[in-house]
Design a protein around this ligand. Structure first.
Ligand code: AMP
Length: 400
């Protein structure tokens, strides 16, 4: 069975065609700057063939046509007919409190995703555009599935996801913590259990997805009980350009004194803060670590803040679960930044954790980085959200 996985943003489209018999990627690629000058497409196949071009991409439908052509024709052809693709799985950022699991696409589901756009104005409308364009190009007989980023977090208890505001107001505006990166956190715990050959029942795991956007999740018995992101992906850790946790009165204080509109405040917190805001020059962790090592004080502050906040979240989730069996690092920073893992784990000795410095000296591979006598296992597991989406798509299509 071949599944096409789609991740649509407002101006981008990423795809992967996955053979579910062996879970290998057959082809993958992306279309950038859809609807903007300077559009670009590129992709590669499992056997190393590559393509790149700069066609005009006025809309998502045109982008999907190029994806279809890349799969069916030319030097990077990987299938003879669209019939070889059994189903299509779409990533959707916000399913609100409506969806606690993946579902088949229906007109009703599209309407619900649209209604939830207020909670994810940058993402949900783009996902709908993507689903509609995909249907136009691939035909409406192909089963499509939506996999929600926050579904894995739907098991949080009410005391964990509620804000301390009047509850009638919270209900009226659906104002609560939803979390994000759920597909990644779910993949990580399931992969851990698979590698260990254990059931998740009885386990306490903390998953750290650290990238340009970062979140940490407490997972007990395989179920999320708390996560660091909130109503939107702004909350929690300091990120590339997002502030993470910030006293709400600091926000209203800045808004008043700078004379910002709510939109300007949101733009500031989402795009101009985080590593970029603190360092003053880059949202990229590599740049910040390099600059810190050359003596840049602001870069040192930015990286120290991230290390400290990761430790604080881990500590609070150990308390929330009354223990921890394993900590997992993933995402661009979690998988690749040796100094980040070192700085975080070396200060967790109070948990009986011992870092294996030699094992930690690695990038992008699945490996245990704690010593055998460490009281808690620490792992690096490269995340694979596309595979998780493909697995859910397969499961739903087979259950039909
Ligand atoms: P992601 O959003 O998951 O693609 O992660 C992007 C982040 O990962 C950026 O901050 C990158 O600087 C960071 N990253 C990637 N490779 C490394 C590395 N070798 N060392 C430190 N950070 C890295």
């Amino acid at each position: 069975m071949k599944i096409l996985v789609i991740n649509c943003g407002s101006s981008s489209l990423k795809y992967q065609l996955i053979d579910m018999d062996n879970e290998q990627v057959i082809a993958k690629g992306l279309c950038e700057r859809i609807g903007i000058a300077g559009s670009h497409i590129e992709g590669k196949t499992f056997d190393g063939r590559e393509y790149a071009a700069d066609p005009d991409l006025p809309d998502h439908t045109t982008a999907f046509s190029y994806v279809k052509d890349a799969l069916l024709e030319g030097d990077c052809k990987v299938i003879d007919s669209l019939d070889e693709i059994t189903a299509i799985g779409h990533r959707v950022v916000q399913g609100g409190a409506v969806y606690n699991q993946s579902v088949m696409v229906t007109p009703e589901v599209i309407r619900e995703i649209d209604k939830l756009s207020a909670l994810a104005p940058l993402h949900n409308p783009a996902h709908i555009q993507g689903i509609n364009a995909c249907t136009e190009v691939f035909g409406n007989l192909k089963p499509q599935v939506v996999v929600f980023d926050n579904a894995f977090h739907s098991t949080m208890p009410k005391y964990a996801y509620s804000f301390a505001i009047p509850q009638d107001l919270a209900e009226k505006h659906q104002c609560r913590k939803y979390g994000a990166h759920g597909t990644s956190h779910k993949y990580l715990v399931e992969r851990y259990a698979e590698m260990k050959g254990i059931s998740l029942e009885g386990t306490k795991i903390i998953t750290c997805h650290l990238g340009n956007g970062s979140s940490i999740t407490a997972v007990k018995d395989g179920k999320c009980i708390d996560t660091s992101m909130g109503i939107t992906p702004l909350d929690g850790l300091i990120m590339g350009t997002r502030s993470g946790c910030i006293d709400a009165s600091a926000v209203t204080y800045l808004q008043q004194h700078e004379g910002w509109t709510p939109e300007e405040t949101s733009e500031f917190l989402n795009k101009k803060c985080g590593l970029l805001g603190v360092s003053g020059f880059s949202s990229d962790m590599r740049d910040n670590i390099d600059a810190r090592d050359k003596g840049d004080e602001n870069a040192k502050l930015a990286t120290d803040m991230l290390f400290y906040q990761i430790r604080k979240f881990i500590g609070s989730y150990v308390a929330a679960m009354n223990g921890v069996d394993a900590i997992i690092f993933a995402g661009g920073i979690g998988e690749n930044s040796i100094p980040t893992r070192e700085a975080v784990v070396s200060e967790l000795g109070w948990l009986g954790i011992k870092l294996d410095a030699e094992a930690n000296d690695c990038r992008g591979k699945e490996i245990k980085i704690s010593t055998d006598d460490s009281a808690v296992e620490v792992w690096v597991i490269p995340t694979n959200e596309e595979l998780a989406i493909a697995r859910d798509t397969k499961r739903l299509v087979e259950a039909q």
